[in-house]
Ligand binder design. Sequence first.
Ligand code: MN
Length: 283
Amino acid sequence: MTNRTISHIIEPQNAIEGAGVLLRRSISPRATNEYDPFLLFDHFAFNNPLEGPIRGFPMHPHRGLETVTYILDGSVNHRDSLGNVGVIGPGDVQWMTSGRGILHEEMPKRSENSGNIYGFQLWVNLPATQKMGQPRYQEVNSSTIPVIEKDGVTVRLVAGELDGINGPVTDISASPLYMDVKLAPGSKFIYPIPSGHTVLAYVFEGAGEFGSEVVESVSMVVFNDDGDQIEVKSDASGKGMQFMLIAGAPFKETIVPYGPFVMNTVEEIQQTIAELRNGTFIK
Ligand code: MN
C-alpha cells in the first residue's frame, strides 16, 4: 500500500454569506471544478460574543447539488418549501439533495451552554442525470451515527464504510466518504481510498503529519491521486488532532456554477433564473 501525497494546502478565507454570516471558506464552486465532485466547504465558527447577534441564511433556492450540514456545537433551525421543519443539533447531519429545486432557510443558533456555534457545510455536485431529480433529505440524528474507537482514534462515520460498518447516509451519486476523525496524541490512522477518487482533509483542531508533511489547523488538505491510502499521525507531544475526511468519485462533467445553483450549461442556469422569476421554480 502507498500513501497519497499532499497536492496543496488551502488556508480558509473569511467570507460573508447569507444575511451577514461570517464563516471560513476553503473551497467554492468554480467552472474549473478542481475538487470534483466537491463544490464548497464552509466552516461556521461563531465563537466570539463580540461578533454580536447571529443572522442566518433566509429563504434561498438551490438546484443541481447537495448540501451537507454537520453541526458540532450550537444548532441550525431549518425549514423549506416542501414543508420540512427541523433543528440540526450537536452531532446531527442533514444531507439535502436539492435536485430540481428547493427553497430553504438555515438559521444558526448559539449553544445555550457554550454560547458557540461550530459546524460545517459541504456542497456535493450531482451528475447531469440527477440535477433535475426529486428533492430529498436524509436527516441523521447524532445518536444514529456510528462511533468507531480503536487505538486512540475515534471516527464518527456519516457516509462511507469503516471496519465493515456503514454510515447512515446512503444512495448518494458521488459515493462519498464523510467522516469526523479524532486522534489522541501519538496515534495513527490509515484509510484506503479507491484510485481516481478525490480526497480532502479539513484539519480543524491540533496538528499532525499526513505522510511526512506536517499540517496544522485550520487547513484544507488536498491530496494527489498517487496512492491507495491516506495515512495520518498526530504529534505525540501535542493535543492530538481532529479533521473531516472527505472523498468521492468525480463526475468529470462540465459545470456552470451560479450562486446557489450548479448546472452543466449556461442555458440551464438561464432557465433556472427564468423559472425563479416566473414562479415555476418549485415543481
Ligand atoms: Mn442553503
